[in-house]
Write a new protein. Structure first.
Length: 321
């Protein structure tokens, strides 16, 4: 847990971050997230950090982190502290997992995705495409009453399986999104006990992002709306670990012709930042998704001048208007 005397604590003021995965260069959708988070930090006289989320090592491409950094700088989106890489924070994630074990809130699970799907199908439960698969508690010990936490005193953390967080009954989370307003999620019904460390030994995004945000004293999380459904479980995990909860703001998504989220998985085209005019054009397109209008559009405008105008025009209320 961050030290309250640490200058990185939330008491030091606004601290935001952009956290791309190095699975491909920045595309228009990721630039929207980068620009939105940068503008929100600058408008609030805060700091903007860069975190490389290279936790899922099998999907990461060597050298892409450097390309992302080059693209950001070409767009004038500079960061205020040294970048961090999740792959270098493994000990902190392990420490958090050990703390959760000491708190008796995690349990081992040997279920595969296919076995979970088979169990749900046998129960008559169907999951729509792109919808969260609610874990059916197959490995949750039946001898433990549902109103008690789960403990495995004889089980080591090194197992051939994953580790899940045991949700208490009636686990609902309410929070206020700075752009979308009041949000509510029933974690039991919509998520189920979720994984913190995978079967292959890799820590999950849910655990890593909570630890990272706390360690870096992040006060405001500005990211794409596709991550909105993760927020409730992250807030729940923050509460268990005693971490502060940042403010959240989720941004519009860039969609392809089929209405699917533009992503590296859908072969989204990388943004063009080979020269200043190309980078400025990409910034202008990103700004339009964020609701920013009447920004300087002349060819003589520099990126620095355009970003200053965009910062002055930034208003959370117009994002989804």
């Amino acid at each position: 847990m961050p030290n309250s005397k640490n200058p990185l604590s939330p008491a030091g003021g606004y601290r935001g971050r952009f956290a791309p995965s190095p699975t491909g260069p920045l595309h228009p959708g990721s630039l929207v997230a980068a620009l939105g988070s940068w503008l929100d930090a600058r408008k609030n006289q805060g700091k903007w950090l860069l975190r490389i989320e290279d936790l899922d090592t099998p999907r990461c491409i060597p050298g892409v982190d450097q390309e992302i950094m080059r693209q950001l700088l070409a767009c004038g989106l500079s960061w205020d502290e040294e970048p961090t890489w999740q792959s270098q924070q493994q000990e902190r994630y392990q420490e958090a997992l050990e703390r959760l074990r000491a708190l008796q809130t995690i349990y081992p699970c040997i279920c595969s995705r296919q076995s979970i799907a088979n169990t749900l199908e046998a129960s008559g439960v169907t999951t729509a495409r792109n919808q969260e698969i609610v874990y059916p508690a197959t490995c949750r010990p039946a001898t433990i009453p549902l109103n008690e936490v789960i403990t495995h005193p004889a089980t080591e953390l090194i197992i051939e399986g994953s580790w899940r967080l045991a949700l208490p009954p009636n686990c609902s989370i309410d929070f206020e999104d700075l752009a979308l307003g009041k949000q509510h999620q029933d974690l039991n019904r919509e998520v189920g006990d979720f994984v913190l460390r995978r079967r292959d030994g890799l820590f999950t995004y849910q655990l890593a992002v909570v630890v990272d945000d706390a360690e870096q004293g992040i006060t405001h999380v500005v990211r794409g709306k596709d991550l909105l459904s993760n927020t409730a479980r992250q807030i729940h995990l923050q509460k268990i670990l005693g971490y502060p909860t940042p403010s959240y703001l989720h941004l519009p998504l860039v969609l392809d012709e089929d209405g699917e989220k533009l992503s590296k998985q859908t072969l989204a085209t990388a943004i063009h930042t080979e020269n200043e005019q190309q980078a400025l054009n990409e910034l202008r397109k990103a700004a339009s998704y964020l609701g920013l209008r009447n920004l300087p559009d002349g060819k003589a405008v520099s990126i620095a001048e355009w970003l200053l105008a965009a910062t002055q025009a930034w208003d959370r209320k117009i994002i989804f208007s």
